[in-house]
Design a protein around this ligand. Sequence first.
Ligand SMILES: Nc1ncnc2c1ncn2[C@@H]1O[C@H](COP(=O)(O)OS(=O)(=O)O)[C@@H](OP(=O)(O)O)[C@H]1O
Length: 371
Amino acid sequence: MALSRRRRRRCRALVLGALLSLAGTYLCYSLLLFCCAPEPEPLASGEAAAAAAARAASPRTAARCLPAAAAARKKLLQKWRACPAAASSTATAGNGSSSPPSPPPPPASRSVGTKRLPHALIVGVKKGGTRAVLEFIRGHPAVRALGTEPHFFDRHYERGLEWYRRLMPRTLETQITMEKTPSYFVTREAPRRIFNMSRETKLIVVVRNPVTRAISDYTQTLSKKPDIPTFEGLSFRNRSLGLVDTSWSAIRIGLYALHLESWLQYFPLSQMHFVSGERLITDPAGEMGKIQDFLGIQRLISEKHFYFNKTKGFPCLKKATPGGTLPRCLGKSKGRTHVQIDPEVIEQLQDFYHPYNVKFYETVGQDFRWE
Ligand SMILES: Nc1ncnc2c1ncn2[C@@H]1O[C@H](COP(=O)(O)OS(=O)(=O)O)[C@@H](OP(=O)(O)O)[C@H]1O
């Protein structure tokens, strides 16, 4: 009898102990969750809510940061944060000036930061050199970019801004989020949709001689569909009458002045930056310098990060980090050998584009010398 009472008492003590330890674990777990909860991300969907989220994210002011020169020394292509541009507008990458007094902060890893709507977009043009610009600029420590083309403002708009935001890489407050989708430039609804996301969005357009661009576009299509008609056949409604077929997308995309009009209904020119696709090849550092100025970030990507690859026939990035993962040259689909086109056809198309080009130069205040 006494034995079973003792056993019952021991049993009760064991149950009590177990309960207490469970309660303790729960308390610790709750405390841990409370202390380490991540920064809440906006969850509301719809244009207004996400636009508010974008505005909230826009003052990308000083948090702890790595001075730009130090960031550059810490290898351009590593994702170190850089201090805001105001620190020094003359800094160039790795010019060997003073070293940081204390150890640098940890790099912004994939799990750090917040997914934000883009602050800047490369909106076009197809075959202009958009991939080169994206790959070059994403080496900057103050920029993080989506590697693939999300086609949100043309194909997937109905999925909502929240879907779009979730595609973005995480950024720190001081960093700029970017993506590129070249078809935005010729999408009628894109300017309004981007404006509704944020009227402060910075827009980059890489433009190239519209005739060369059309041939590049055609060469790409031909590589996928070898049975399509000839370039000459597709370009004209009536070649002897010189009637160009502007309904063919390869031709239509090159009417830059027309497409630009839709953008100027929503954005001032000062919010748009036009990159010369030609100069991007002959002077990548020069064009990248202007892009960095436009984005309000330090000129860290400079001459010393490029070399001309004779085999590729294009400038390529030097691998700035030992064992870095970014490619030195762009892939095989960039810099294809173009299909041979009758020089007379080229001349006819040059003539066709001339008035549109002139209008475009006048509007943007830059002569791209495509004549
Ligand atoms: N550094 C470097 N390396 C390789 N290619 C370069 C570079 N800079 C500019 N380009 C030119 O980019 C053209 C492709 O343009 P996009 O990247 O805009 O094409 S796409 O619309 O994304 O398909 C591509 O066009 P094609 O030469 O007709 O293939 C290149 O001329």
